[in-house]
Design a protein around this ligand. Structure first.
Ligand code: IPM
Ligand code: MN
Length: 363
């Protein structure tokens, strides 16, 4: 098969982690006799500096001609004073809107090897396997009106959803639940927000199409606590944009680090693949960031865009094998480095590639 991927490394640690993941992607495609066509373009802060805009026209054009877009991260301390529409993040939000993917899949899988790297007790988190489905094109991120009237001392954003936008993401979540443990948790704030009341009513309506899936509702504040107390109780979790952003970072505590969490955005013209972590400006250029989230994101790309399920599974297995052998990046040893070998970003990437190759030969 032939796969055309646009790579947008972005800012900070973005290029460091994406290099390692692209290396894995290249190896897997070559081993299977597939053709991988790669193009690299700027987005975010690096594009603001070089092109004067966070989403240059040639980046957007290349994205729309690709089979998938693979993004590192965007953002940087030097852009803090800019208004949201001019910041690096605006480049990513523009790209998301243009590609059209509305269902952002964020699996939180607690590898049994990393449960001790979490501040939570292993017996609480071991076995956690949650799939967050974060609505990605609506809510506060895109709702109008928005603004900051400095003279008046007023600022406002709008949490806006159309019923159909809720229904389509709910359908994706129900379908995914059917293939998993058949439980769906819908997260909202229906005790306070009208948007959430419509969200809940719509999810209930859609649930009639999926009688085999058990549906429950949680308020987002309670959910943030349940996630820490009993993460194993959740299977698929569907929620709106901002709640999904917050809960998915929180779930980084379960995996021991945000550096373990991949994502895939589906449902639009072209799928977008990005780790859920940010550009970590303070770690940039140090060759210390964890590339595993991005490597696991490459596996999602192979699964969801290329249909190469076995190859995706090989990457996931390689990540697990490397963890089993005691290799860790710095982020994973905050609670004690004893017994582990701490690797740089590039050494961790090399370790995973080497393991992928071994597994491909034995497969
Ligand atoms: C994420 C990030 C982005 C978001 C930022 C960088 C715009 O935090 O992917 O979770 O808020 O969606
Ligand atoms: Mn986020």
């Amino acid at each position: 098969m032939k796969l055309k991927v646009l790579v947008t490394p972005g800012d900070g640690i973005g290029s460091e982690v994406i290099n390692e993941a692209v290396g894995v992607l290249k190896d897997v495609m070559a081993a299977g006799g597939h053709t991988l066509e790669l193009d690299f373009k700027r987005i975010g802060g690096v594009a603001i500096v070089a092109d004067g805009t966070p989403l240059p026209a040639d980046t957007l054009a290349a994205a729309l001609e690709s089979d998938a877009v693979f993004l590192g991260a965007v953002g940087g301390n030097e852009f803090e004073a800019l208004s949201p529409d001019k910041r690096p993040e605006a480049g990513l939000l523009g790209l998301r809107a243009a590609l059209g993917g509305f269902a952002n899949l964020r699996p939180t899988f607690a590898f049994k090897e990393t449960v001790v790297n979490s501040p939570l007790r292993p017996e609480i988190i071991d076995g956690t396997d949650i799939l967050f489905v974060r609505e990605l094109l609506g809510g506060l991120y895109y709702g109008q009106p928005r603004g900051w009237d400095r003279a008046k001392g007023e600022a406002f954003n709008t949490m806006y959803y159309k019923r159909d936008e809720v229904a389509r993401v709910a359908r994706v979540a129900f379908k995914l639940a059917q293939k998993r443990r058949k439980k769906l948790t819908s997260v909202d704030k229906a005790n306070v927000l009208e948007v959430s009341q419509m969200w809940r009513a719509t999810v209930i309506e859609v649930s009639a199409e999926f009688p085999d899936v058990t549906l429950e509702h949680q308020y987002v504040d309670a959910m943030s606590m349940h996630l820490m107390n009993r993460p194993r109780d959740f299977d698929v979790v569907v929620t709106e944009n901002t709640f999904g952003d917050i809960l998915s970072d929180e779930s980084g505590v379960i995996t021991g680090s945000l550096g373990m969490l991949p994502s895939a955005t589906i449902g639009g013209k072209i799928n977008l693949y990005e780790p859920i972590h940010g550009s970590a400006p303070n770690s940039a250029g140090k060759n210390s960031a964890n590339p595993m989230a991005t490597i696991l994101t490459a596996a999602m790309l192979l699964r969801h865009t290329a249909g190469l399920d076995q190859e995706a599974a090989v990457i996931e297995k390689a990540v697990r094998r490397v963890l089993e052998l005691g290799f860790r990046t710095r982020d994973l040893v905050r609670h004690g480095a004893e017994g582990y070998t701490v690797l740089s970003t590039s050494d961790m990437g090399a370790k995973v590639r080497e393991t992928v190759k071994t597994l491909l030969v034995s497969a």
